[in-house]
Design a protein around this ligand. Sequence first.
Ligand code: BGC
Length: 418
Amino acid sequence: MKNVAKALLGAVSMLAVTVAAPAMAEPKAEVLHYWTSGGEAKAVQALQEAFKARGGTWVDAPVAGGGGDAQAAVLRARVLAGDPPAAVQIKGPNIQEWAEAGALGDLNAVAEAQDWDKVLPETIQNIVKYDGQYVAVPVNVHRVDWIWANPEVLAKVGADVPKTWDEFNETAEKLKAAGIIPLAHGGQPWQDATVFETVVLGVGGIDFYQKALVDLDMEALGSDTMVKVFDQMRKMRGYVDPDFPGRDWNLATAMVMRGEAAMQIMGDWAKGEFAAAGLEPGKDYICASTPSDGGYLLNSDSFAMFNVSGDDNVEGQALLAELILGTDFQETFNLYKGSIPARTDVPRGEFDACAIKSMDDMVAAAEGGTLMGSMAHEIAQAGAIRGAFIDVVTAHFNSDMSSTEATEKLVKAIKLAM
Ligand code: BGC
């Protein structure tokens, strides 16, 4: 009898175990992203490996095309077809738009477990929260207003990295006269817009950037200052080589590496390319912020988790979120990517001088009120407004349109898009 009871008890407890712990779903995630260049691929590979190491099945869905415009079209089509990917690399107001449309799941459980409210700066929290809930997980902070320079090439004309826009023009003229391409640039609309916003920040000033690109103040948009910004853009057009149309940003970075061009204006994903090529800052290349009065143009990548069915997907999303904001992963990923961690408590020891400058400048800019969201990289604006800016900037850059005409067109385009 005793034995029967024992056997029964055993069976019951086995049953209890089975009931209490149903077979765990295996984490799975289809990840839509546009990280396909050398440094980007290494960074996303690190995430993939961490996910796999925890038993996850990663379904890779890369869409080549810097700045993410090609990916945005794919995402819209997938959501419309009722088949969204589980995790998507989106950012800024796009996150709010998708959340408002009811497309995103919340990440509050992971956020609470990892205390995101404590470890993320408020600027970043505001980007990835909708209605007080975390709906995306931030990966990094990328700074946009950088000059990447080849010191040997600059030395050929006895120049250092320019500290003012006048100096930039003087150096560029000297380089041109010496038969050197001053500015490595890829003629794609988002790259034109990247250069444009650094000019708005430096030539127009911080308040002007805020009014024109963030607040969409019509007076600022149509002002003489904007005319001056387009004048500088016209000069910049004269500093790029004739083969620039359509060139990918990483190929422009390679021109600086090879000494074919002196400088590139690009966010610090360019540093990921230098790092992937084994080059060292301060020695093989120089990073300097584009001339401005203490400004910092902020861009931050994040992954939003779209509403998808299936326990495996839900587990995959939670696992991804947990991994992405883990301290170790924040270090590994950002060392490859050229960015700095989204978390404020990651040890600085492994990061290079450019990253440390970015960290310090970001804190100083936040304190001084000079931390601005990037328009070109979808933090200050997204959707139709960003599109309107980019259309006019590109139309001006690729034609002989006057600065006055460009300014008038900009006012009209933004009014229409609002
Ligand atoms: C993204 C970066 C990316 C770059 C080039 C930026 O908008 O934030 O993560 O590396 O575009 O594609």
